[in-house]
Design a protein. Structure first.
Length: 259
């Protein structure tokens, strides 16, 4: 299993469990995680969802072997796959239960999108973050609406275009991370947030999330559809194929000149 699910009381813990792959997500992980969030949304006994990960990293983002495979699919198959990832982000974002992320290690690429969809993010000081897609000849398409909403368009322009790494402290300043805690205190800080949420009426939390989405002018279906089309095209492009292949083959992509 690439995803562990455990519920204690009203708290459902979903744990990415591919440490040998740095918890990168492929089509199976995306399917399992989407289904888990949809079930959590409909399950009255679930009051809070915690998204966590096992091993050293929170998540390296999309599994490049999976993305390379998708690039060779037909246009229709590639688009359908991109839409599945888009629906995962939407399932997390629209979950009526509060969603907390426990970031015990670094989060890159699509994993930054996962965090941007969560309500509360707690990370260790050593965690690093990066929106790396352009270095692979790709674009952060389906995560972009959530990232822009989390950190603002001005900051998104920098971090999405340079693909630089930024620290947990920078992530907090940007608004991606809410709390920073030493690893020994990570669960204590996370539990304090859970305790605060459990003091609230479940229906009030759901209504509050719905209200905040309303006043923030939520994402539209056309935007979500367009993001899926754009990443599908980019993955199948010459640059997309070259970037992913170069990464897997541990070589410099064709467009990059070494200093």
């Amino acid at each position: 299993m690439s995803l562990k699910s455990d519920q204690t009381g009203g708290v459902l813990r979903l744990t990415l469990d591919r440490p040998e792959k740095s918890n990168a997500f492929d089509d199976q992980v995306i399917f399992d995680l989407t289904e888990a969030f949809l079930r959590a949304a409909a399950e009255p006994s679930v009051r809070v969802v915690v998204l966590a990960a096992s091993g050293k990293y929170f998540s390296a983002g999309g599994d490049l072997s999976w993305m390379q495979r998708m690039a060779s699919y037909s246009d229709a198959e590639n688009l359908a796959d991109a839409k599945v990832l888009a629906r995962l982000m939407q399932a997390i974002d629209l979950c009526p239960k509060p969603v907390l992320a426990r970031v015990q290690g670094s989060a890159f690429a699509g994993a930054v999108g996962l965090l941007a969809c969560c309500d509360i993010v707690v990370a260790v000081p050593s965690a690093q973050f990066a929106i790396t897609e352009v270095r692979l000849g790709l674009i952060p398409a389906v995560i972009s609406p959530y990232v822009v909403r989390a950190i603002g368009i001005r900051q998104a322009r920098r971090w999405c275009l340079t693909a630089e790494r930024f620290s947990a402290e920078q992530a907090r300043t940007l608004g991606l991370v809410h709390e920073i805690a030493e690893e020994s205190q990570l669960d204590t800080v996370l539990q304090s947030q859970i305790d605060a949420l459990l003091l609230a009426a479940p229906s009030s939390l759901a209504e509050a999330k719905s209200l905040l989405a309303l006043v923030d002018q939520p994402l539209s279906e056309p935007v979500i559809e367009e993001t899926a089309h754009r990443i599908a095209r980019q993955r199948a492009s010459a640059e997309g194929r070259e970037g992913v292949a170069a990464f897997l083959e541990k070589r410099t992509p064709a467009w990059r000149s070494e200093p």
